[in-house]
Design a protein around this ligand. Structure first.
Ligand SMILES: [Zn+2]
Ligand SMILES: [Zn+2]
Length: 93
């Protein structure tokens, strides 16, 4: 199993070998460290998952609500027909 530490170490290697720029490295590292990251649908800035309002532009995010897969329980966008993780069909009667 690949852990976040593995990914982090791998990113460091890529950065050291010059395959990643420092900017890319820091951005990727941040994404992996946070784990799940949401982005404001108005301004596109990263905001914490589940935020009702963007802290940058104040746009309401509440329209997009997260749901959980009926099968594996992972967080998926509400209204998804299928779970992106286990492909289980959602909303089946
Ligand atoms: Zn915003
Ligand atoms: Zn699932």
């Amino acid at each position: 199993m690949v852990t976040r530490e593995d990914i982090s170490a791998e990113l460091e290697k890529l950065c050291d070998s010059g395959k990643l720029t420092l900017d890319e490295y820091q951005r990727l590292k941040r994404i992996f460290e946070i784990g799940k990251q949401a982005f404001c649908k108005e301004c596109g800035k990263p905001i914490p998952v589940g935020s009702l309002y963007c802290k940058y532009c104040g746009d309401q995010q509440g329209v997009v609500q997260t749901a959980y897969c009926e099968e594996c329980g992972k967080q998926i966008p509400s209204g998804s027909n299928r779970c992106p993780y286990c492909s289980d069909k959602q909303g089946a009667p």
